[in-house]
Design a protein around this ligand. Structure first.
Ligand code: AMP
Ligand code: MG
Length: 404
């Protein structure tokens, strides 16, 4: 690997830091209470504090026999009761044991469970414990998982199947969540038409709109579909002005250097414009600013650039505005299954998949080729100024980390 060269481009970390700083300063206000069935994908607005112990009472981890350990002196014990899950047993009679099943409450007086495979039954039904017993074995004590008052999930937790299961285990029928973030999606470009329309000469179908809307919905956002915006300053102004009740305007296209940048002009006139040249490939140009107080992110228009910049920058920004603290995707270090001989100034995110435990990039890494990402399982990060030989490790970010 060689050292990173000098570059006037903004490092990805720096762009992310600035975006998150802004997101922290403008958290989305408002909460609502939703039933668990509607809470998947939402963000917890206040900590979930355990209202009960889990388990609420000591219970058996095995199908077997419950006893008080000191009652076992080598003489077989008679079975005085049978306890199944869902029952509330009376106290254990001294000098006896109880037939017990997994999840059933331990009767008062019992402190130990032996699994049924380790006992022998006398002809008269009394139980002989063969193996040495340890007090408390196979017993799940009250509060083993959670105690009343524990903070089980902090505010800002994104709720998924696991969190919902946990909330249910604590008897929560509903949860207080942050209101959905409203995001307007604008696709800029005179060349764009929607699927279903005929394609005239010079036109292409709008892929970013569908890509972003579906993705935003997965992130739990409420989407305002701004449709296609012509490359025209007056229309750009009007479109931005109409989107005054959203938390973010997300546009694609029209931010390439050298192009008449109508979004930039409109932001400069009536808000704030930061035009960043990022050390990222694909996706160098990124616009960040606000129009009459509404934050705006302008992503580059090439679909693979849209994908990478949304996933690595806009997604964490949005999550942070929802109050989520851990917003960066997990990456794993994996061996390269390719050679990278030219150290670049920009950090490259190759659309790649795993083959035989190695990271293999799609053959065509052009920023216009969305098919690369459909083939891929993740983004392979080739840091600025580095070369790679097969077997050298690089960070691989599974797409599943970004898409949800
Ligand atoms: P721009 O940033 O507007 O110069 O666009 C860069 C490239 O991305 C051009 O080839 C555009 O045609 C293409 N592009 C821009 N927006 C979209 C879109 N919504 N869907 C598909 N391609 C797009
Ligand atoms: Mg354009």
């Amino acid at each position: 690997m060689s050292a990173a060269g000098q570059s006037s481009l903004m490092p990805v970390e720096e762009a992310l830091r600035r975006l998150l700083e802004r997101a922290d300063a403008t958290p989305v206000q408002g909460r609502e209470t939703v039933i668990l069935a509607q809470a998947d994908g939402r963000v917890l607005a206040q900590p979930l504090i355990a209202p009960l112990d889990l388990p609420p009472w000591p219970n058996s981890a095995m199908d077997g026999y419950a006893l008080c350990l000191t009652d076992w002196q080598g003489t077989p014990l008679p079975v005085s009761q049978r306890i199944q899950a869902g029952e509330a047993p009376p106290a254990l009679q001294p000098g006896t044991c109880a037939r017990i099943f997994t999840g059933a409450p331990l009767p008062a007086g019992a402190d130990t469970v032996e699994m049924q495979e380790n006992v022998t039954l006398e002809a008269d039904g009394r139980v002989c414990f063969a193996a040495p017993l340890r007090a408390g074995q196979n017993v799940r004590p009250q509060g083993q998982e959670t105690r009343v008052g524990d903070c089980v999930l902090p505010a800002g937790t994104r709720l998924g199947p696991i969190e919902l299961g946990l909330a249910a285990s604590l008897g929560q029928a509903q949860l207080e969540v942050c209101r959905r973030v409203r995001v307007a999606v604008l696709s800029t470009g005179d060349e764009l038409v929607e699927p279903g329309e005929p394609l005239a000469a010079g036109q292409i179908y709008n892929s970013n709109r569908r890509l972003l809307i579906a993705w935003l919905q997965r992130l739990g956002c409420e989407v305002v579909d701004g449709g296609i915006l012509a490359d025209d300053l007056a229309k750009t102004r009007a479109a931005l002005a109409a989107l005054n009740d959203v938390d973010l305007i997300l546009s694609t296209g029209g931010v390439s250097v050298g192009e008449a940048d109508f979004l930039g002009v409109a932001l400069r006139e009536a808000g704030e414009l930061m035009l960043w040249k990022l050390a990222i490939k694909p996706g160098k140009p990124l616009t960040f600013g606000q129009f009459r107080g509404v934050p705006v992110i302008g992503l580059p228009g090439n679909p693979a650039s849209t994908l990478v910049t949304f996933g690595l920058l806009a997604r964490p920004y949005l999550l942070r505005r929802m109050g989520v603290q851990r917003v960066e995707p997990l990456g794993v270090e994996l061996p390269a299954g390719f050679t990278w001989s030219k150290a670049g100034q920009r950090r490259e995110y190759l659309r790649a998949r795993l083959e035989g435990g190695q990271v293999v990039p799609y053959a065509n890494q052009s920023s216009g080729v969305l098919r690369s990402a459909a083939w891929a399982e993740g983004l392979a990060e080739v840091r600025e100024g580095t070369t790679l030989e097969p077997g050298e490790r690089l960070r691989f970010i599974p797409l599943s980390e970004l898409l949800g």
